[in-house]
Design a protein around this ligand. Structure first.
Ligand SMILES: [Zn+2]
Length: 555
């Protein structure tokens, strides 16, 4: 009797709440579209109702009509496709933002001539004497007309009065005459200790500076960017990401990242101007036993999750013990036993402090060595639940994925072959076609997501990543990957599957009631266009937290 009454009351209460929810009136409805929700059933709807920052209903036009009140705004989607905002799980945008005002991006440019004309355009709008730079994100192999770098004469022709420096991955800088002068390099300059000044038959510098250290040398010459400018650059970077369809990312620090980079994002956040949700990991580069001790000593001060859903620290990454940070274009990784012991001590420190770890590992030696260390750590302090993550995994094999599942590990896979594919063949030969083993990972059951690793080693555009995952092609058209996945699998991996890295699965990743209204209205149908056109898809509108942050043509 008593329990029947409780049941009745409970049922009444549930009915009341569902009535209250259905009575919610939308501020904004999007109707008459093809809404790819990326929910658990990958269902397709027609319309969405939004109240404040969140989605309150998804369904047919008729369902959503019911959510309209006198003040509700309506956007007619005109049958366009809507997808959730794309989440980049691995990028280095905080570092990249600093020089955004004087940077030219060659993302997706397939002509050497066009690359030069883009540099010329930037030079024209820049004051004489000021730097113009391209800080990575391109490869010589992407130019289908002339697959080569840039001579000093090429660059002098488009930039007679401005220093111009192009970073090629982490191994070369191309400079014009003004840049060589600004860097204090001429025919009489001897090679610095850690990179080489390429010279022609007459002994004149060609403009090529060979070696990873040349990149730091160039960056040092660019000078400190004023705080105001740095903050404006963060807003400009976010705007550019919005135009490409990125609504959230996880930053992995990287060599050269400074507290001032993070502060610039914090300022944009505090001013309420964030248009790309910015999550980041704490980055350091311990290089010795003493560095390891010092870092373990201050690990307790690393406190994730003190921010909000716009800007927050999520954990530690992507380098644990820096000497074991492997290179994709090396033949193999052979981590030393001594290095692995230090790696393990650091990992144990993170586990003891309950900190999420994202660790860079590309080649077999690193993947196996780190897995063994993680298994040992797990015996002392269980890591299940911390969502420890491998970034890249280019040479993962089935047995690695099995070991990962036992430790509840996650994987982030990145589209670096879109520009590095050609170079990877030179080092890894035919194996390149299985790097990363995308199909194997998709079928393994290991939770995983797609990202870019922009901006130095990959372009930022998430549609290039989706295109590469589906077609296996690099920019310029060459096939570089045989292990492709379906476009549905790729979209899930670039949205919903990336939310665990941000600890945001309740808020982001699909278009469903209760989630933030982070979405893209596309210029063509991602599910129907020829696969080769996926890379050309552009948002006509980008929305973050229910607010339109980008509209094509500024309508
Ligand atoms: Zn990495």
């Amino acid at each position: 009797m008593r329990s029947a009454l409780i049941r009745l009351l409970t049922a009444g209460l549930a009915a009341f709440w569902s009535l209250a929810a259905s009575a919610q009136t939308a501020d904004l409805v999007l109707v008459n579209g093809k809404v790819v929700t990326v929910d658990d059933r990958f269902s397709i709807a027609q319309a969405i109702a939004i109240k404040s920052e969140r989605i309150i209903a998804v369904g047919s036009n008729a369902d959503i009509e019911k959510r309209k009140g006198p003040a509700t705004r309506t956007i007619d989607l005109q049958r366009r496709t809507v997808i959730p905002g794309l989440i980049d799980n691995h990028a280095h945008y905080m570092r990249a933002a600093e020089y955004w005002h004087n940077e030219v991006r060659l993302d997706g440019v397939t002509s050497h001539k066009e690359a030069l004309s883009l540099i010329r355009e930037k030079v024209v709008e820049t004051k004489p004497g000021e730097w113009v730079v391209v800080l990575g994100g391109w490869a010589e192999e992407q130019f289908t007309d002339e697959p080569r770098g840039f001579t000093r004469a090429d660059l002098d022709a488009v930039a007679p009065n401005n220093p111009v420096g192009l970073q090629l991955f982490y191994f070369r800088v191309y400079a014009n005459s003004a840049a060589l002068k600004a860097m204090g390099i001429d025919a009489s300059t001897p090679d610095p200790a850690n990179f080489k000044i390429e010279k022609d038959a007459k002994g004149e510098p060609t403009g090529a500076l060979n070696g990873g250290a040349a990149i730091g040398f160039l960056r040092d010459k660019l000078g400190e960017v004023a705080r105001d400018k740095a903050v404006a650059n963060v807003r400009a970077l976010m705007h550019d990401l919005n135009t490409m369809g990125i609504t959230a990312f996880q930053d992995q620090g990287g060599t050269g990242v400074k507290p001032s980079h993070i502060d610039a994002f914090r300022q944009v956040h505090d001013a309420g101007q964030v248009t790309v949700r910015s999550f980041y990991n704490h980055y350091e580069e311990p290089r010795s036993a003493a560095d390891v001790d010092a870092l373990i000593g201050r690990m307790g001060a690393i406190k994730p999750f003190q921010g909000d859903d716009w800007f927050d620290l999520t954990g530690y990454g992507e380098t644990l013990y820096f000497p074991l940070h492997d290179a994709l274009l090396a033949k193999a990784a052979n981590p030393s036993a001594e290095g692995l012991a230090l790696w393990q001590r650091l990992g144990l420190g993170l586990a003891r402090n309950g900190i999420h770890l994202n660790v860079h590992a590309q080649l077999r030696g690193s993947i196996e060595g780190f897995l063994t260390a993680m298994e040992a750590i797990n015996k002392e302090r269980p890591i299940k639940g911390l969502r420890w993550t491998f970034s890249h995994l280019d040479q993962a094999e089935p047995q690695d994925l099995e070991r990962m599942k036992r430790l509840d590990l996650y994987a982030q896979i990145h589209s670096r072959p879109t520009i590095q594919g050609g170079l990877m063949f030179k080092v890894h030969g035919e194996r390149t076609y299985d790097m990363p083993p995308l199909r194997l990972i998709q079928d393994s059951g290991v939770p995983w997501g797609l990202g870019s690793d922009a901006t130095a080693v990959t372009p930022s555009n998430p549609f290039y990543t989706l295109w590469w995952a589906v077609t296996g092609k690099m920019i310029g058209g060459k096939t570089v990957l045989h292990q492709t996945i379906s476009r549905e699998e790729a979209l899930i991996a670039h949205t919903r599957s990336n939310t665990p890295f941000l600890f945001q699965e309740g808020n982001l990743g699909s278009l469903a009631p209760g989630k933030y209204a982070d979405l893209l209205v596309l210029d063509r149908d991602y599910l129907e266009v020829p696969a080769d056109e996926i890379k050309d898809i552009k948002p006509v509108m980008t929305m973050v937290g229910g607010k339109v942050v980008y509209e094509a043509g500024g309508r």
